[in-house]
Design a protein around this ligand. Structure first.
Ligand SMILES: [Fe+2]
Length: 440
């Protein structure tokens, strides 16, 4: 799937991308009963029918209202599907549309959008329409809610979610070059962020130069085997590994292992949706919070990378000032670059994607697991809100840590080297792991 970043999309490309996104959304939820779609599976998440109604509402607000006027009969739904009016834990109590009603709302909005496409001014016209930004924004929104829905499905307490279709992971390439433990950035000026206006969110802009001291960074995310060694060394119990906030949270939440790890007969297992598997030593550890990642890094004599270091490891290429859009270059992601696109339904052992390595020599920078960084979520110098403050601006501050790189549950079009995600440092329902860094 190619989103043709940096240029306007034709109406045929827009229609095809919108249709593909919707097909995927229904593929993910198609095996669920109405009751499963309506239930609050966890207070951290919305009922899945809320996500579906919200996808339609977002598309209606940003596309229908920007490209044409027309009545889709949805007056009154803003109060239900505006995420800032209703916290996730309260959404199950709202008069939500049923699944059939959601489907009808989604298709009514979509029909209005597709009918209006041929009338679009060719050159854009407004900042939202220029370079087809608003279409990629709506597409990314649906992709991002696909990942949110997958978090909900992984949390599901009752019958485990059974995917309708899953693809098979590539086997690690036996001829692939060996993976070094850490690789070194020699220090220098790098460009962080982007000036792209065709897909990048406001928080990724503007591109700006940063002087970065030399550092070492893990060539691959920390694996289950490495994390298990930390646990066996009493890493959770040893106060010295934990920050004050991390220690307090570890005790309050009773953290003893990554979420979804279980030890029933002496051996640890890891659950991915409906599959419970023996812990694969070479898979990246997944579903750890920032505090666990930070504790591991301290135990290992390292630290978490800053987001500047992370982006440097993904995008910097010696001999050029132009950062790469993806670790492998500027070409769009494919199934041979990274464990992305949400159809594997699990992480893959590090070493499966030699084509996806960054010039510095880092594997799995995109896909597999989101990676915690040590950086709080703040705007870049020169940041300007576009097109609405509720995407980034209202979240800036010290409360959130930045995560980078996407996970197996992230669709191709929803991640790139400059993409910034953020969450509370205690969160573990996200498909989150980490890699370590150190000075030098
Ligand atoms: Fe949303």
């Amino acid at each position: 799937m190619d989103l043709h970043i940096g240029r306007s999309l034709s109406t045929a490309e827009i229609a095809s991308l919108l249709t593909e996104a919707r097909t995927r959304t229904f593929l993910l939820v198609g095996t669920l009963s109405d009751a499963e779609l309506r239930r609050l599976h966890d207070p951290l998440m919305s009922p899945i029918v809320w996500d579906l109604g919200h996808i339609a509402h977002f598309e209606e607000v940003w596309l229908r209202e920007n490209i044409q006027n027309g009545d889709t009969g949805s007056e009154g739904l803003s109060g239900i599907y505006d995420p800032f009016e209703n916290s996730r834990s309260k959404r199950a109590e709202l008069p939500l549309l049923s699944f059939p009603e959601c489907r009808a709302y989604l298709s009514t909005v979509r029909r209005a959008v597709l009918d209006a496409l041929p009338e679009l001014p060719a050159a854009g016209g407004t900042p939202l329409l220029a370079d087809s930004f608003v279409f990629r924004m709506v597409l990314q929104h649906e992709y991002q809610h696909n990942e949110t829905i997958l978090q909900t499905l992984q949390l599901k307490h009752d019958d485990a979610y059974q995917p309708h279709r899953r693809v098979v992971a590539p086997a690690p390439d036996p001829d692939a070059p060996g993976i070094e433990r850490m690789v070194r950035f020699p220090g220098g000026r790098v460009i962080l962020g982007t000036d792209d206006r065709s897909i990048a969110y406001d928080n990724e802009r503007p591109a700006h130069g940063v002087d970065v001291a030399s550092f070492w960074i893990d060539a691959h995310p920390v694996t289950n085997a490495e994390y298990a060694a930390f646990m066996e060394a009493d890493g959770y119990a040893d106060r010295i590994n934990w920050s004050d906030a991390g220690w307090a949270w570890k005790k309050e939440a009773g953290l003893e292992a990554p979420k979804y790890w279980e030890r029933t007969t002496g051996e640890w297992t890891e659950r991915f949706m409906d599959r419970v598997e023996a812990l694969h030593p070479a898979r990246p550890v997944c579903h750890v919070c920032y505090h666990e990642a930070d504790a591991y890094a301290r135990w290992a004599g390292t630290r978490l990378p800053t987001e500047v270091e992370w982006e440097t490891a993904a995008a910097w290429k010696a001999g050029t000032d132009e950062p790469q859009v993806y670790p492998w270059g500027d070409g769009p992601p494919t199934a041979s670059h990274a464990n992305l696109d949400a159809l594997l339904f699990e992480t893959t052992p590090v070493g499966c994607y030699p084509e996806g390595r960054s010039p510095l020599g880092c594997w799995d920078m995109l896909g597999n697991v989101w990676e915690w960084t040590s950086t709080d979520f703040h705007p870049y110098p020169g940041y300007e809100t576009f097109p609405y403050p509720e995407y980034s601006e209202v979240f800036f501050g010290d409360e959130y840590k930045v995560l980078r790189g996407g996970s197996w549950a992230t669709r191709f079009g929803a991640v790139r080297n400059t993409f910034r995600n953020w969450d509370y440092p205690i969160r573990r329902q996200i498909f989150s792991g980490f890699r370590c860094a150190k000075n030098g």
